[in-house]
Design a protein around this ligand. Sequence first.
Ligand code: ATP
Ligand code: MG
Length: 361
Amino acid sequence: MYLSSLQIRNFRNIKETQLQFNTGVNIILGQNGQGKTNLLEAIYFLGIARSFRTSCDSALISRDMDGFFLSGIVVQQHIQDKIDVLLEDTKKVRINNKFLPRIIDLIGHFQVIIFFPEDLHLVKGTPDIRRRFLDILLSQSNPQYLHYLQRYNKIHKHCNEMLWQLKTGQQVITMSELDVWDIQRQETGNQLIRARKEAIEVLNDLAAGIHHQIATSPTLMEDGGSSEILKISYKPSMFNKEKRVDEIRKGHTLNGPHLDDMVFQINEIDARRFSSQGQQRTASISLRLAELEYLYQQTKELPVLLLDDICSELDDVRREYLMKAINRGGQIFITTTSLDTIKELMDGARVFTVRNGLIYS
Ligand SMILES: Nc1ncnc2c1ncn2[C@@H]1O[C@H](COP(=O)(O)OP(=O)(O)OP(=O)(O)O)[C@@H](O)[C@H]1O
Ligand SMILES: [Mg+2]
């Protein structure tokens, strides 16, 4: 799968541009603050209809403009699809000139994976970051998952409303009414739990192998490094009816997949709390590379990789490993301020230079 062209209008500091991309490596070169990440953000938006750095869509509209427009041609097994995303008063998505009834239905048409400095928070951040990671990955690889996720969110919202009414006494709700909805919540939630459990088992095997290779590379060992074992496990929030009294007292649910988490351990120690920043970064890169492999296994297509500022944060050994691991023949977009840091990717690459929102190739 690859993005063959992209038209951008009024997205951040990119006013108007039309770009043709390489099916392999695309290097986005420029000084700080010129618009490199903005270009990656536009490409990501075409895949997920959201940004990886803000949840506020209107921040993406060029200042003093009323909306933005993105249009890309995605090629998958020789079939071209035109994806248009526009944000004016509302967000709209068109595929091959037909509006999608729901924005969320875009997911799965253009598979993208982002590697960026904030990935560190996959390991050390709050559980919602890890749940979002799982939800995006599973939705991209399995349309059924997205269906259950939406259904769960809807039922969960309704259960919360009922619990709030029971707490405040605003409206008469019977326990059996609540039970009927809660059983539906559990049934749908169990589908999510099953899918997450299976995916995390596969991700754990993949990420552990990758992490072991990075953290035990000969150079690191010569420098006195020691072998590291990464383990990623699932920490589901199991349904438990005994919490009902507390739920009514608080006015919201206290269990279910919306409270799940993933635990990272390095050499059996909780990586979130005790590992060094370098170890956490290696674990987050291992997870992203595992995500790449997982999507490939599930969909038999290499997703498009977006790498933002990734090299500047890594030592040479990790940087070289990452360059090799990502360069698998799929399409790559990588930002950099200097070509020196990405020598390994230069062969056959196309370079785009970004200056003050203008992109030259
Ligand atoms: N909504 C917006 N409208 C216009 N300009 C914007 C908007 N949002 C951000 N910008 C501008 O975009 C520029 C930053 O772009 P971007 O984050 O892509 O830089 P970069 O090239 O990735 O830099 P760095 O190397 O520092 O990461 C800033 O000049 C900022 O003012
Ligand atoms: Mg940037």
